[in-house]
Design a protein around this ligand. Structure first.
Ligand code: NAP
Length: 407
């Protein structure tokens, strides 16, 4: 069975990884230009395909029939080839968003929900939300409700981001500030790369529900797979694939005092998980063309911190890495979102008398205790998990992996 994904640019797609788990069929990426579309749809030898940007509407004229959901949304993200060669169009994004909303635990009935954007994902979210009885307001750059009059909607309970703002590689951008919405209960973001957009990081910081679009992506893929193969797949599979992808895509980030074992533990975790290892201090030295003590001596700590934040920005937005950070990265609060957007932070704790100090500019001269007193609250504020590393490297790595298996 030949299945796959049709779109114009597909380099960052997670779909092949998802369908590899879901079904016994080949799942290929079909990158087609608008000029190639007609020939592909009429003569392509696929059994069933997903359709993504910008072809969800463009494929409709080539369908001999549409499912009721595809008809309602006016968009198709699944095409299935019939024995007579004709195409049936369906839309599984509806099921995808509904599953995401249900998993968020948010109750939207009779509440005001702002949907940002007016494209395909927004239409899908609106259809699901209205079905659940929400009072939906679309915020569009060109509509009557726009980003300049958000104060009319300060009573919003939920925000759904259905714009591409904040998506890789433009992480760090947000379509609006959550400060306008004192009664907000949660934010759902259709984006899944990075795992936490700025909007979701802001929601997390406020302690409200923050969910990315990975549930939606996996759930729509499950329904697509059922259409391709004709076989029912249990909903529990969505949860299993979601967690497996999270483990695969998110970065494991190690923070802690200089010499606490971040590099040694990180290398072992990298070996076991198959995730690529990055030592940010090594990258900084390579980019600067000199050692870290030389950067401190010749350019000062402020210049080093600037270089460090740039490196954290570059690697923090990537996926599937083990990143060992420099001990002082927590002194710059702006480094936290750079690291957490796509990763979970493990604080490696080691007794001060066991810390390695050689070649570490800020650890020499017996100032470790004072440094730890100042930094400990900063480490705690950055850390998602704390790991004691008083024994072997293998033991510390094992503790991290045990936690990782549970996410
Ligand atoms: P789309 O059809 O291109 O629509 C995006 C909408 O976002 C536009 O209609 C526009 O609305 C708004 N927008 C675009 N650029 C903007 C900007 N710079 N600032 C503010 N608003 C902007 O795209 P889509 O298919 O709806 O996808 C939207 C997002 O959802 C993408 O990030 C996509 O990856 C994601 N998505 C995820 C899933 C999933 O399974 N998780 C499924 C589908 C889509 P206005 O012009 O009205 O402002």
């Amino acid at each position: 069975m030949i299945c796959g994904l049709l779109g114009e640019k597909l380099e960052h797609s997670y779909s092949p990884a998802i369908h590899k788990i879901l079904g016994y069929y080949t799942y290929s990426l079909f990158e087609k230009s608008p000029e190639e579309l007609e020939d592909f749809l009429k003569n392509g030898t696929f059994t069933g395909i997903n359709v993504t940007i910008p072809y969800k509407k463009a494929v409709i004229p080539y369908c001999s029939a549409l499912s009721p959901v595809a008809q309602k949304l006016g968009a198709v993200n699944i095409l299935v080839r019939q024995p007579d060669g004709s195409l049936i169009g369906h839309n599984s994004d509806y099921f995808g968003f509904e599953t995401m909303l249900d998993n968020s635990g948010l109750q939207v009935g009779k509440k005001k929900v702002l949907v940002l954007g007016s494209g395909g994902a927004a239409n899908t979210a609106i259809a699901v939300l209205e079905e659940k009885g929400a009072q939906v307001v679309t915020i569009s750059r060109t509509g009557s409700n726009h980003y300049g009059n958000l104060s009319f909607h300060s009573d919003a309970a939920v925000i759904v981001n259905a714009t591409p703002v904040g998506m890789f590689p433009n992480a760090g951008e947000a379509p609006l500030s959550l400060s306008h919405f004192p009664r907000l209960e949660g934010v759902l973001d259709a984006i899944y790369n990075p795992a936490r957009t700025k909007l979701l990081l802001d929601a997390e910081a406020r302690g409200i529900v923050a969910m990315n679009g990975l549930w939606m992506l996996v759930a729509q893929a499950k329904e697509a797979s059922e259409w391709f193969s004709g076989k029912k797949i249990p909903n529990k599979t969505i949860e299993d694939i979601y967690h497996s992808l999270q483990r695969q895509m998110e970065n494991i980030i190690l923070i802690g005092m200089p010499g606490c074992g971040k590099s040694a533990v990180g290398k072992l975790v990298s070996q076991i998980t198959g995730k690529k290892f990055v030592d940010t201090d090594a990258v900084i030295a390579e980019r600067a063309g000199c050692t870290i003590p030389e950067i401190f001596a010749n350019q000062g700590e402020a210049a080093f911190r600037k270089l460090e934040s740039q490196v954290l920005s570059d690697f923090g937005k990537k996926s599937g890495l083990v990143i060992a950070t420099g001990g002082g990265c927590v002194t710059q609060p702006e480094n936290y979102p750079l690291l957490h957007q796509n990763g979970r932070l493990f604080l490696i704790e080691r007794r001060l008398d066991k810390l390695a100090t050689q070649g570490r500019p800020l650890s020499e001269n017996g100032k470790l205790e004072e440094m730890y007193r100042i930094r400990k609250p900063l480490y705690d504020a950055f850390a998602d998990y704390q790991i004691e590393n008083q024994g072997t490297v293998a033991k510390a790595a094992e503790k991290i992996l045990r936690i990782w298996e549970e996410i």
